[in-house]
Design a protein around this ligand. Structure first.
Ligand code: PHE
Length: 450
């Protein structure tokens, strides 16, 4: 089934490319802004270290042992009397649901890459109007850029692991890091930098509540691409004799570092001109362009770099969202890669259009349920329900179902996870992660009033 394998660096960059996405550069900064800075960053770091990192190892392990699409991997590894575990493999389909709105956001980024040449907005009002007019009125422009994103992503996935996914990550990931670290060096020279640093790293405990905790756990899954089989599917092509622990550590580290750097860059720019941090999802589409206006033509250059980085991050994540189902169709239904890509792309392209229409003035009502736009429903369902459920299946499977000897043997063979470290990891997989996830889901029922 799986014939192609990543090179070692190719795998690290592809997994990091999946993890580093809009979640790091768009979502993490605005969540930090909304939940008051330092305290949120701290719980985020703790959840990444104690939950996210362990689950990343577990998900990679299933892929590396199963060596196939997510459904087949679960089926192969489950004990003979528990073959129904294969249904857990359907978590791979979450990626397609995520893509319905993720691709729309990538489309907005593409639009901004062009729009900034027309000049940056001088006031927040102007920036708000521009963004609102894009998502509220410009149906054709949105469909055009969403389609462009579907085509680019589809083409890369069509080229396969070696010629497409690995290659593009080898180019885009270093470029993304170069841009972000370049912007960080510049941000360092601004007065806003020390304020940004204090905002992000000095916890204000009074801002903390259980909602911030829930959001941090949810986001740690989203940002590390866990709970939907992306990392699992990539790990099925892991090169032989690769240390899972080490690789998972590098990927988690890169993902966290990039989120922190993106936050520092954005907040340095914002604080330089006294803008407010808590502005929600519009942070990078509204506040940032307005602030960059103050830098004159240098600002246009920064905006271009920033949106390029955002586009790169989005594309490398998007391909990992599409690949699991494509792999599933190839493995289980003998689809050719081309056919699988076309079928899957068409489906999320279509639903994506419904999602983008749900924000528009003329079609919004038609594509809303209970007053909630389809876009928000899709985002909430995946982010807060499906990914945690997928994560839950992964930790239960590795913690309680897979024979311990098999888990131990592989982790010993492939790296250093033995002795005390192994015991800590197992503890996290068997107890900490499931309890945090249950706590999160219970809380959610409270939110949903179930
Ligand atoms: N990790 C990506 C981000 O931070 C999103 C993603 C989620 C990608 C799940 C793949 C799987 O944007």
């Amino acid at each position: 089934m799986k014939v192609q394998r990543f090179s070692r660096i190719g795998f690290i960059l592809a997994a990091a490319g999946s993890a580093v996405g809009l979640g790091n550069i768009w979502k993490f900064p605005y969540m930090t802004g909304e939940y008051g800075g330092g305290a949120f960053v701290l719980i985020y770091l703790i959840t990444i270290a104690f939950i996210g990192f362990s689950v990343m190892i577990a998900e990679m392990l299933i892929g590396a042992l199963g060596r196939a699409d997510t459904v087949t991997s679960f089926e192969r590894l489950a004990p003979p009397d528990k073959k129904w575990w294969k249904y857990a493999g359907f978590m791979g389909f979450n990626g397609i649901i995520i893509m319905t709105f993720y691709s729309v956001v990538i489309g907005w980024i593409f639009y901004y890459l062009f729009a900034i040449f027309g000049g940056l907005p001088a006031t927040t009002q102007e920036a708000k109007n521009a963004f609102n007019s894009l998502i509220g009125d410009q149906v054709l422009a949105q469909i055009f850029f969403h389609t462009l994103s579907v085509i680019i992503v589809g083409f890369i996935v069509y080229r396969g692991i070696k010629g497409g996914i690995e290659k593009i990550n080898l180019i885009l990931m270093p470029s993304l890091m170069l841009i972000l670290f370049g912007l960080l060096v510049y941000a360092f020279s601004l007065d806003g930098f020390s304020k940004a640093f204090a905002f992000m790293f000095e916890p204000k405990w009074e801002k903390l509540n259980s909602e911030a905790f829930i959001r941090a756990v949810g986001h740690s899954f989203f940002t590390l691409s866990l709970g939907m089989g992306a990392i699992m599917t990539y790990a099925a092509s892991l090169p032989k004799d690769t240390s899972i622990t080490k690789t998972a550590f590098i990927v988690t580290f890169m993902d966290t570092l990039i989120a922190l750097v993106a936050g520092l860059v954005i907040f340095s720019f914002l604080f330089q001109f006294g803008a407010q941090p808590g502005q929600g999802p519009g942070l990078v589409f509204i506040s940032l362009p307005t602030i960059l206006h103050n830098f004159g033509s240098l600002g246009v250059f920064f905006a271009l770099l920033f949106f390029l980085a955002l586009a790169f991050a989005g594309i490398t994540s998007a391909i990992s969202l599409v690949e699991p189902v494509v792999q599933y169709l190839i493995d289980r239904f003998n689809f050719t890669r081309a056919k699988a890509v076309v079928v899957i792309s068409f489906i999320y392209w279509l639903v994506g259009i419904a999602a983008l229409l749900s924000f528009t003035n003329s079609w919004g009502k038609l594509f809303s349920m209970g007053g909630k736009p389809l876009f928000d429903i899709l985002e909430f369902t995946t982010d807060s329900i499906l990914l945690p459920l997928g994560g839950f299946a992964i930790v239960i499977f590795v913690g309680y179902v897979l024979p311990k000897t098999q888990v131990q043997a592989h982790l010993h063979k492939s790296g250093e996870l033995s002795g005390k470290l192994y015991a800590i990891w197992m503890f996290s997989i068997r107890y900490i992660a499931p309890i945090a996830l249950i706590f999160m889901m219970l809380n959610l029922m409270g939110v949903l009033k179930i």
